[in-house]
Design a protein around this ligand. Structure first.
Ligand code: ZN
Length: 505
């Protein structure tokens, strides 16, 4: 028999979460401002304000009041539908937050803020010596965080449970090891083959022309500007400030067309997900993406599977030629498709093509694993990085800024739990695109006509509207008919790049 629940108690739980969500949204506005328009002089005050808001949200999530409401709503937890899902996710977030002492949250926040500032100064000077003691402290605090949250097998399990629930160090390692064995020889074959000519992508295009194009591509893909906006930043991102306000940012280089174009499409992919979440979930613990991996699947699907595909440029290349005749007037479809899919042994993850990209991610995941296991000391991290780059990608960083110091992650947050999501996203994007191609037989013809509504409706139905109501594994199974694997991604890479490079993979 179902326990009798006072309907007021569930309403109070929702009201409590509405306020936690609002605190998070207020912090997100300040974060967005910091990354776009804030004057440099505001940095110190802004850091303090953001730390205060994150502490307030943590306190509210971990509070005795929340524990009491969850106890009173326990009878709802096994129910199907919205109420059960809300209570389950609320409990999960509460229990996680309650296990982490406020003092540790505060210490981590202050330490990582200090480390971030040190990193922005040390990176251009390739100065690892200054960062080393800070990173050692970050690792120590990350271990304390993992211990506080708790885990059975591996400290990274505790850290990745928040970003990619259901994944474990062992499950990710097994998935990645299989992928790496296949990818390393593919990269070797492609990187040794004659590379497509992509020099025309570096012809100069005025910033205003590129920004106008970014806006038009966003609209064409279904991004709703009445509930969003696009601005410029250093490192593009998407942020949700509520169901009615999902913003994107982009970055323009006059001498690199791909920068703004593909960054915008990538962030639009994230934004379409957030704009497509059922409005009824807004303000609840379910009003967000299911996981980092599922989120990245949406950005990568639009960026790589759609916008780096030949059908997409059948529609867009004539538009580019008309708007940017100096850059694209003499460029043919095949040349464009090959150029935007050039594979190279690159040093920087964020610039990497879709074939080599996952090798960059696996390197970071394996180093994090070794650091947490005590097998790799921070002092040895730069060498370990360089050796692995040499082994997997066949290149060695010429300086630390293009090696171990390139990514912000270890310098602004705990070490561990973030990188795996990028590769999970690439794998899921492949699986979703294969399923979309089955469900929508005219998909590529539609894309060639600039028609993307069918694909968006498919993603809305299978992924977006659910928000975090389904756990990632359940979401992936219902959306693609199978658990997450590497087959769809490897088949896609072999087919696409075999054709572009004229080699059998
Ligand atoms: Zn992304």
């Amino acid at each position: 028999m179902n326990q009798i629940i006072n309907p007021d108690t569930y309403s109070e739980l929702l009201a409590e979460w509405r306020e936690i969500r609002d605190l998070e949204a207020i912090a997100a506005v300040l974060d967005w401002d910091q990354a776009t328009y804030m004057p440099d002089g505001a940095a110190e005050g802004r850091g303090r304000q953001l730390a205060l808001l994150s502490e307030l949200a943590h306190q509210r999530t971990a509070s005795p009041r929340m524990a009491e409401l969850l106890r009173a709503c326990r009878g709802l937890e096994d129910r199907e539908g919205l109420e059960g899902a809300v209570v389950r996710r609320a409990r999960r977030k509460h229990e996680r937050a309650a296990r982490v002492p406020g003092e540790l949250v505060h210490t981590l926040k202050r330490h990582t803020a200090e480390t971030y500032v040190a990193w922005t100064r040390a990176r251009p000077r390739d100065d690892f010596a200054t960062l080393r003691p800070l990173l050692e402290r970050t690792l120590e605090l990350s271990r304390r965080l993992a211990d506080a949250i708790g885990y059975v097998d591996h400290p990274l399990d505790a850290l990745m449970d928040e970003s990619d629930p259901g994944s474990t160090t062992a499950s990710i390692a097994a998935l990645f090891d299989g992928l790496r064995k296949e990818l390393v020889p593919i990269v070797q074959r492609l990187a040794d083959a004659p590379a497509p000519d992509d020099r025309f992508l570096h012809r100069s295009i005025a910033k205003e022309v590129q920004m106008a194009l970014s806006r038009d591509v966003a609209v064409a893909l279904g991004y709703d500007f009445s509930r969003g906006r696009v601005d410029l930043t250093h490192h593009p991102f998407m942020t949700r400030l509520g169901a009615g306000d999902v913003r994107i940012t982009t970055r323009i280089r006059e001498d690199d067309f791909t920068e703004a174009f593909f960054s915008t499409v990538h962030e639009v992919g994230h934004a379409l997900y957030e704009q497509g979440i059922d409005p009824a979930l807004d303000g609840t613990p379910l009003g967000e993406g299911a996981s980092a991996g599922v989120h990245e699947s949406q950005s990568r699907l639009w960026e790589n599977f759609v916008a780096r595909g030949e059908p997409f440029f059948r529609h867009w290349l004539p538009i580019l030629r008309a708007r940017m005749p100096g850059a694209f007037g003499d460029v043919e479809l095949g040349a464009m498709h090959r150029a935007v899919n050039r594979v190279s042994r690159s040093l920087i993850r964020t610039d990497a093509d879709e074939v080599t990209y996952n090798l960059h991610v696996m390197l970071r995941f394996d180093l994090e694993r070794a650091m947490h296991e005590g097998e790799l000391r921070i002092a040895d991290l730069p060498d370990a990085w360089d050796e692995r780059m040499q082994r997997d990608l066949g290149v060695r960083p010429d300086r630390l800024a293009s090696g171990v110091l390139q990514d912000v992650h270890w310098f602004c947050a705990p070490i561990g739990g973030a990188f795996q999501g990028y590769t999970l996203g690439n794998l899921l994007a492949a699986q979703l695109y294969a399923e979309a191609s089955r469900a929508l037989p005219g998909l590529e013809d539609d894309l060639a006509r600039g028609e993307t509504t069918g694909l968006l409706v498919f993603l809305r139905e299978r992924v977006h509207r659910h928000g975090a109501a389904l756990e990632p594994d359940a979401l992936i199974r219902q959306a693609t008919g199978a658990p997450l694997g590497t087959d769809a991604f490897l088949a896609y890479v072999k087919r696409k790049y075999g054709a572009i490079y004229g080699v059998a993979l």
